[in-house]
Ligand binder design. Structure first.
Ligand SMILES: Cc1ncc(COP(=O)(O)O)c(C=O)c1O
Length: 477
């Protein structure tokens, strides 16, 4: 049992802080597919951290590459200077990208990657003499991080409504989730993809002049808004429409990159090559913050050939673009992907994963199950008037049973490390089944979060410590 820190000062992101602090869920260690919490629970990681720890936790190869890099070159200025590892990391990453997307811009996160991609798209049209192409199209339920660009093209009102108007000149197309038609489909929905994609064309021709659209950005598989899969043919048709009107297509592959769907990128899965791909997360196995934007060579070259000599071609970048330590982590991670054949492993497990996920059909409250590669979304019947409450209670129950799941709205999202074993996959889904069955038996009582995660010993120690700190403060005042 470790001691509980003072919880007052840290403001947690995307978290109900008051609820969290009344019931802290703190991790102190991780190895392989398991976390250890500060109250010594072992948790099977059903979420690869936040979709990022694809190669499993505590990889020695990454730890030693990072440690060595910190001792050799901790930082090099990212503007007007650089260091060899940034070029090596870019070259290695380019080899993982679909053919042609071999020019790499480094960022510090998925959000920065999304905003960088949007800015590159806008600047590309300007540098090629089309400054009127300055509108951006996103999609309902899209998640492209939390910076203003990504937020504006994103389609989750809960994330944006507190923050003003966002970017001007943004529109959205419809999301492809259709539970009434496709509930419990295994893999991609078969129907409706072309008609849905055609709505994009209809929208830009009736509401906009297509010649004013700079880019369409979509996640090939929408992860954060509850695992929404594209119907067959949908992404290909979006590509055709973009080509017809000279619109750049951006795939946000922050979640789908690096083997999550059983191919290196979702672009490979769908056989659709966008103009720009964003990634982050599994790029460094979550060990060091890093994102990247891969751009078609022609787009990059247009900047190089159309900008005045010695001018900065793209006035954009971050202090930590191509950070030496992040590059060391990325190279070590990409080595693991190759050596451990993680993409193939993911593909090989996806059939078993699908069967395990769909075994939940018929369990109380399960309204839909969606799966692809090593991702599953289990949509629950919401509790009337309390959206998300049932999924939260399920999450807490699973936590108590030793399995970490993720919930978003009333969807339980599962995305384990690609190193997961079959028996561990079975355990994740049987734990969810057990949690839901218990919830159904317990009724209202089961929904009360204060029932969960009681740890009197930890709390007693915490309270004692806070009292001691206060006493010391009073003495010194
Ligand atoms: C598709 C997508 N884009 C962007 C992001 C934002 O990434 P970050 O949290 O690293 O800024 C996420 C995060 O989950 C994501 O899923």
């Amino acid at each position: 049992m470790s001691h509980l820190p003072n919880l007052d000062h840290y403001w947690l992101p995307f978290t109900a802080n008051r609820q969290f602090k009344s019931m802290p869920r703190l991790f102190k260690a991780a190895k392989g597919n398991y976390y250890t919490t500060i109250d010594d629970r072992t948790l099977l990681d059903g979420t690869a951290g936040l979709w990022c720890v694809a190669a499993g936790h505590g990889r020695e190869e990454i730890a030693s590459a990072v440690a060595q890099q910190l001792r050799t070159l901790d930082y090099a200025p990212a503007f007007q200077n650089s260091h060899p590892l940034a070029f090596e990391a870019a070259e290695r990453l380019a080899q993982f990208m679909p053919q042609g997307l071999d020019r790499i811009f480094f960022t510090g996160s998925g959000s920065e990657s999304a905003d960088t991609a949007l800015k590159i798209a806008l600047a590309y049209h300007r540098v090629t003499g089309n400054p009127l192409r300055n509108k951006l199209i996103g999609r309902e339920r899209g998640y492209h991080g939390v910076n203003f660009g990504g937020l504006s093209v994103g389609g989750i009102a809960g994330n944006s409504k507190s923050f003003g108007n966002g970017l001007a000149g943004v529109d959205h197309i419809r999301h492809p989730l259709d539970i009434a038609r496709n509930a419990f489909t295994r893999g991609l929905p078969q129907d409706g993809g072309i008609a849905l994609a055609n709505e994009f064309e209809q929208r830009i021709t009736t509401l906009h002049d297509p010649a004013t659209i700079a880019a369409l950005i979509v996640e090939p598989m929408q992860g954060s808004a509850g695992v929404v899969l594209p119907p067959v043919g949908y992404l290909k048709r979006l590509r055709e429409i973009c080509d017809k009107y000279g619109i750049l297509l951006i795939f946000d592959e922050v979640i789908t990159g690096f083997g999550r769907l059983g191919t290196t990128f979702a672009s490979d899965y769908f056989g659709v090559v966008p103009d720009i791909i964003t990634c982050a997360k599994a790029l460094t196995n979550g060990a060091v913050p890093m994102g990247a934007v891969a751009v078609k060579r022609e787009i990059h070259d247009a900047f190089m050939s159309n900008s005045p000599a010695n001018a900065i071609e793209l006035p954009h970048g971050y202090t930590y673009s191509g950070h030496p330590v992040a590059c060391a982590a990325a190279i070590a991670t990409l080595d693991i992907f190759t050596n451990d054949k993680l993409v193939e492993r993911s593909a090989g497990l996806s059939g078993h994963f699908e069967l395990a996920a769909h075994s939940l059909k018929g369990i109380p409250y399960v309204k839909d199950i969606r799966n692809m590669g090593l991702v599953a979304g289990i949509e629950l019947e919401p509790t009337p008037g309390r959206p998300g409450a049932r999924a939260f209670a399920t999450y807490l129950k699973c936590y108590e049973m030793g399995v970490l799941v993720r919930y978003t709205g009333d969807v339980i999202a599962i995305s384990p490390p690609l190193t997961i074993e079959k028996h561990e996959i079975d355990r994740i889904f049987s734990c969810i089944a057990e949690a839901l069955t218990e919830l159904a038996a317990e009724g209202e009582q089961g929904m009360d979060p204060t029932r969960y995660l009681k740890n009197e010993q930890l709390w007693a120690a915490h309270q004692q410590e806070i009292h001691q700190q206060q006493a010391t403060l009073e003495q010194t005042a």
